[in-house]
Ligand binder design. Sequence first.
Ligand code: IMP
Length: 432
Amino acid sequence: MRLKGNTCVIGLQWGDEAKGKIVDLLTEQSDVVVRYLGGSNAGHTVVAGGKTFKLHLIPSGIVHDRALCVIAGGVVLDPEVFEQELRGLEAAGIKVEGRLKVSQTAHVVFPYHKLEEQLKEDSLGRDKIGTTIRGIGPCYTDKASRTLAVRVADLFHGELIEQRVRSIVGYKNRLMLALYNSPGVREDEMVRKALAYAEILRPFVCDTTELLQDAMAEGKRLLFEGAQGTLLDIDHGTFPYVTSSNASACGVSAGSGVPAKAITTFVGVAKSYTTRVGAGPFPTEQDNDIGSRIRERGHEYGTTTGRPRRCGWFDAFATRYSVRLCGVDKVALMLLDVLSGFETLKVCTGYRVGGRPLRSFPTDGEVMKEVTAEYEELPGWPDEITDVRRFDKLPEAAQRYVRRLEELLGVPVVLVSVGPDREQTLFREDLI
Ligand code: IMP
């Protein structure tokens, strides 16, 4: 089976949907794998050749021999994380040079972004967002403000970058002192780092927009690897408890420089239950034994921060919103094995506010705080299912659970995952 066109893999919940496994399956059939948003707030664990890699920035496709990997302009890139990942890959014998390209228009994350973020989050107390402190928000803030931004291309203009970094650091240090009584960062150190960043990135930098357009003109197949999830999208997610970029499918074109119409298939990835890290409304959360049980069985601890994830029932109301927003054609349903052993399972089919049902997913943050979930109950199944290799061999109740989710989402669930390995993937239809 070969890819028919260009595919995008999108998370349909609040991130951590196990997109990495799906990207990995599709990478084999792709010529180019593109990361187009976010930064080192994301985390993918990839197992290849018996080795485990934790990647935050470099597309996981790099562990396969074939695909060219691209970090496009919509990404905010921390060169220090990038370098660590490079070293880890090279130490494992993976040849990176010539197979990895970085956009000259990506924005650069500096240590002052992380410091600003930490100081701000600390100052917010109970109102904090619970970010990953990877400098993502402050770097995108600088991108939008323009005058304080540094793009990858800027790093290669020696004297200019020195002046620019000095002026940015001067401004930020004054701000950090005034707002948080913090001494900020050292100007000379930031200049030194900027020059070092140029050397780290030099072998990889190019105009990735042109590269992707040439690749398409040559009939190559592109795979766009989403990061975070639709409900964390800055415009369409549960604002303000979101990330700072368009984590839904709406961000693909802007983040990569590829026309929206070039993407032929959107594969949505959802867990069989729901998780969330950080603060913000989570109507189906089970802050009780049910949630703990899901967390332990699903190893629900953050890849990037190690934080325990909040866990709860599948929210079909929210996930259907994501499916429609992203124009998802097919859904991959992950971690079904985690739900084995529950007598009954609950699925959220709608929200109510003040006793009244909502017609649509709330985009007003204050309304979202007030909602209560309406549930439907389905029978669970006692047996472990990690050894099952065909959908029709799953316990009847598990099949029924998947079919009901499919009905509620309104798009086919083409794949069910019952474990991390490739063989633990039950295809109902072709993924693309
Ligand atoms: P930020 O992206 O670090 O600014 O964090 C904003 C919100 O998005 C926080 O609630 C984070 O926990 C969440 N977040 C960011 N990246 C991920 C991810 O890859 N998976 C899950 N949640 C994430």
